[in-house]
Design a binder for this molecule. Sequence first.
Ligand code: GDP
Length: 140
Amino acid sequence: MALERTFSIIKPDATRRNLTGKIVAKLEEGGLRVVASRRIHMARRQAEAFYAVHKERPFFGELVDFMVSGPVVVQVLEGEDAIARNREIMGATDPKKAAPGTIRAEFAESIGENSVHGSDGPETAKEEIAYFFAGSDIVG
Ligand code: GDP
């Protein structure tokens, strides 16, 4: 096991329903520590660049529209195997398939409006953290 950092977003469907605290509680109860956090309203070009890997997917336009539809909370999470741990706590992309007790099973509205984002590997975690935070913003 290794101490790792991962990148997380609390998405607009969750901030709209005032679920930020409940989601952070699940992350903390799952063993992760919030070492950086900022509430922002993403610019369209920022959301397009962040999700550039999904550019060719049929839902890309819908995804970008959703991510700029309201505020989000961008966060850096730290903990043992934080990348995998965060994805476990989040649950499957589609809330209908997410395990009971996960954030998406409890809070997500649909496969698109699914309350949270989490990095899927060490390289993306590093890139995504650097996209939103300077090293000095992160206090472990
Ligand atoms: P994740 O790693 O679990 O977030 O899932 P993906 O990397 O596959 O997809 C990224 C994000 O795109 C998801 O979290 C959803 O917000 C969105 N998404 C994925 N599949 C669909 C879909 O079929 N329709 C829509 N509207 N959005 C989707």
